[in-house]
Design a protein around this ligand. Sequence first.
Ligand code: NAP
Length: 316
Amino acid sequence: MPEKIRDIIIIGGGIASHTAALYTARAELQPLVIAGVEPDQLSTTSLVENYPGFPEGILGPELINNCKKQAEKFGAKYIEKKADAIKKEGNNFQIIAGEENYLTRTVIINTGASPRTLGIEGEKKYWGKGVSTCATCDATFYKNKTAAVIGGGDSAMEETIALSKFCTKVVVIHRRDEFRASKIMQKRILSLQKEGKVDIMYDTVPTEVLGDDKFVTGVKVKNVKTEEEKELQADGFFLAIGHTPNTKFLGNLIDLDDHGYIKTNRNQHTNVEGIYSAGDVQDHIYKQAITSAGTGCQCALEVEKYIENLKNQGKY
Ligand code: NAP
């Protein structure tokens, strides 16, 4: 059995969690972070140039380590385990992480969303070395270069628009003969195609990411209708084939949207009183480090208020 009832447990090891840990630690709520065993998205990114406060940019792993250190400085504790389940126990929550079992009054869930990958040759090898899942983050590195974008949804359109501002050419590679993206986004891509900034390859799938051992140099593709294969030159390979929110472990405890993302209100509350959520696991639109940190902060402030109310109402 758990030895005590904690005020707050934070689940997830990304920047939303470190921010929530920093704020709740400074509020003397002694947060425990169940950080998971997989690296968060920033830890697998190279230079981050759009996080305010770092005019020269900062390496993703350095940023994330700094944030964790800052939270630990104020007393946040971390365990590197995966949370397997959350159960409601009266007014509290039981969290099961392997053999461990914790009881807490509040929970902040920031388990993120994992970008889908193709599993083709070269994809892993050149991850962070030309293979990317965030053009908003990386587009400026491709000034006067060429890039391939994989996918036909809104994300692929958005990545293509972001890259077309810097690249000499962006090639969109889509497995079908029509995009699933919204009409307005499609229109923008078609107009970039007319301007000669974008090429579109329909009915085509990438089969290998090519490189010179240091960085991406191209992509091998196959037309799914004609079976024709060819190699394209490309300096960047951007995956935009969707994300999978990490919400499976929640079972039916919390309301999710049709895509499996946690539903939150303007104040980051879930439908379960005492459970809050921040970062990509509840956001399929912005997906930025700064918005994750911001929503993590909001959760922490809401938790502080909730605990204060429990005390004021004699329910603590
Ligand atoms: P999405 O809508 O699920 O699109 C994923 C795309 O990747 C689809 O075109 C899909 O092809 C393709 N794909 C999936 N698996 C693939 C594979 N193994 N190989 C090749 N292609 C593959 O994902 P999303 O674009 O990330 O959008 C997610 C949600 O966020 C959507 O609701 C979207 O509207 C929203 N969003 C909105 C905006 C905006 O409004 N500005 C921006 C970004 C995202 P098929 O079409 O053949 O299935």
